[in-house]
Design a protein around this ligand. Structure first.
Ligand code: SF4
Length: 342
């Protein structure tokens, strides 16, 4: 589509000589007429940047919000999760490569099922969801659609959640932040080479996005998928924890198990001991909430009161076992727990 259907702000600029620059992510693709960006789903047409996937939904599911993962946002609630094709990263270990890594062209424009933003909001409400999640691929690449859905969702009393690689520009964050309840940002490694060679991105913009989303009042949780021998060194994990503590020790950090996928079949899956070690490092560096994920039997899934240690939210996988939090506070010592509880 052209972007004429969308109420989203214009996220591109003309650069003369028929060139158009996309302002959505740090690739800042500069395209000639007909050119397609690195994400495969945005094309320069008639001197404008257009989305090839507006309203073309390739995945729609009702998920527990814990699956995003978000552990400090409306615990136990359902979230209506959607995606189009496309991604601005090329992670060799992508768990959703079938929909994120796409070729450009007509097949993209015919992908999925056509659904207007109002239909997404109606489906979320009908499914008993309290939020809509833009997830599975990088939502920045379908920004206009996510923006329009988010606007209607807010009007309907629903929250909005981005699950993101954090590579969006500051301008994109500033536009979407007022509509977002929360964002989970992947901090994939404390290593720019990892970002360049494994993901096709770079580290610093991701760090900037984490800080900026917080500054704009969006609740932020961070996830790091631990790949054995690749990004799981003690020093690297400590550096990530130190960075998060420097912003706010209350930022929840999810250390998750990797499973071989897409183009990365070695090494094997993350051992439980690595997740336990990462959690221990995060807590020792001063983070208040570090959670293990994607692997059972590690412990580290419950939310504890940072003051008295009482288990406030007990979890088994994505299910809430017991909820003791009362009005966002510990019932034993009255300490307020950081998060979005209403
Ligand atoms: S969103 Fe796509 S077209 Fe825009 S800068 Fe990023 S990769 Fe390029």
């Amino acid at each position: 589509m052209g972007n004429e259907r969308s109420g989203a702000p214009k996220m591109w600029q003309e650069e003369g000589d028929g060139l158009v620059r996309c302002l959505l992510c740090h690739h800042r693709c500069r395209l000639r007429e007909g050119g397609v960006g690195r994400c495969g789903v945005r094309r320069a047409v008639g001197g404008e940047m257009t989305s090839l996937v507006y309203g073309r939904v390739v995945a729609a599911n009702i998920d527990p919000i814990e699956k995003k993962p978000l552990y400090h946002v409306l615990p136990g609630s359902r979230t209506y999760s959607i995606a189009t094709l496309g991604c601005n990263f090329t992670c060799r270990h992508c768990q959703n490569a079938a929909i994120s890594q796409v070729g450009e062209g007509a097949a993209v424009q015919r992908s999925g099922v056509a659904r207007e933003p109002g239909e997404i909001v109606a489906a979320a409400l009908a499914g008993g969801c309290r939020s809509i999640s833009y997830t599975y691929v990088e939502p920045t690449v379908f920004f206009e659609y996510a923006y329009d859905c988010s606007l209607l969702a807010v009007q309907a009393g629903l929250g909005n959640i981005f699950v993101s690689n954090g590579y969006m520009t500051g301008q994109a964050i500033d536009h979407i932040a007022p509509l977002l309840t929360a964002i989970n940002i992947d901090l994939k490694a404390w290593d720019d080479d990892f970002y360049r060679h494994i993901c096709g991105g770079s580290l610093q913009p991701v760090l900037d996005s984490i800080a900026r989303c917080r500054e704009r009042g969006v609740w932020v949780e961070v996830t790091t998928l631990l790949i054995p021998g690749v990004n799981d060194g003690d020093g690297e994990l400590a550096a990530i924890a130190d960075f998060l503590v420097s912003l706010d020790a209350n930022i929840p950090w999810h250390v998750s198990a990797y499973h071989p996928a897409h183009l990365m079949w070695q090494p094997g899956p993350t051992p439980a001991a690595t997740l336990v070690r990462a959690r221990d490092i995060g807590l020792a560096r001063g983070l208040r909430h570090v959670y293990t994920g994607n692997r059972a039997g590690c412990g580290g899934e419950d939310t504890m009161c940072p003051q008295c240690g009482l288990v406030l939210i007990a979890r088994q996988g994505y299910r809430i076992g017991e909820m003791r939090l009362v009005g966002g506070r510990c019932p034993a010592c009255g300490t307020s727990l950081a998060g979005v509880w209403q």
